[in-house]
Design a protein. Structure first.
Length: 238
């Protein structure tokens, strides 16, 4: 079943979020320390991913062009509106705007990492779900921690995760036929680095150091594919 890994990943986020509700009575100072620790770990992960780039100009170009597209499309505003809509529909109350914030923050963390793309591709091409199973364990545990600090809004992030990874898995067969393996490998490396910069920004935002509309950078992932293709075919020609 092609979508098995994606479904397990979504269920892990739901279960982790529900377990996190059991720890909601943690003192505020403890929550603050936990969130700061998470922020540091997210920043380190982002730096590690960003350092993998072999063509950092591609990363810079992707972020600049992607950021411009994201601002024009107002992606972060739309995600916030979706989070607020979910809050109204479910009647969940976790502080003004907190559910939308939790939804947007965790959605970004769960979809911009390389494991989301690699795992979905493995599921679609080889029916191998091992990467997504590993991601499910990580996402489930982080969902538990995030829920203790950000609240129940974390649980709703399973929806974009399932849609995003599921779409890649279903399209994987077409991707494999259309793209040379070398081009796909190059894209994964530069996409990982581009996502790493965004994850670093998320960590800085969680720590209260940076105030940035990070969701508006999401088109950078698609732009990376275009720039990598240009560089790949130019190298073939010359």
């Amino acid at each position: 079943m092609i979508l098995l890994g994606t479904i397990v990943n979504g269920l892990a986020i739901i279960i982790g979020s529900l377990l996190g509700l059991c720890f909601k009575r943690i003192p505020e100072r403890v929550k603050t320390t936990i969130m700061q620790a998470i922020a540091l770990a997210v920043m380190v992960l982002g730096i590690q991913m960003g350092m993998q780039s072999e063509h950092f100009l591609i990363v810079i170009g992707s972020l600049v062009i992607g950021g411009w597209i994201g601002e024009r499309l107002q992606i972060e505003d739309h995600l916030n509106h979706l989070g607020q809509w979910l809050e109204r529909k479910t009647g969940a109350k976790d502080g003004e705007g907190q559910i939308a914030k939790a939804f947007v923050t965790t959605t970004l963390i769960y979809v911009v990492g390389a494991m989301a793309v690699l795992g979905a591709l493995d599921s679609g091409l080889r029916n191998d779900h091992s990467v997504l199973y590993t991601k499910a364990l990580l996402d489930g545990f982080s969902a538990l921690l995030f829920t203790t600090t950000l609240g129940i809004g974390v649980i709703f992030s399973f929806v974009p995760v399932v849609l995003y990874q599921g779409s890649i898995a279903l399209l994987a067969g077409q991707i494999d036929r259309l793209l040379p393996s070398e081009l796909l490998d190059m894209f994964i490396v530069e996409m990982t680095a581009t996502g790493g910069v965004m994850i670093l920004a998320i960590g800085l935002k969680l720590a209260g150091i940076l105030d940035m509309r990070i969701a508006n950078l999401l088109p950078a992932i698609l732009v990376t594919g275009g720039l990598v293709s240009i560089v790949y075919y130019v190298d073939l020609l010359f």
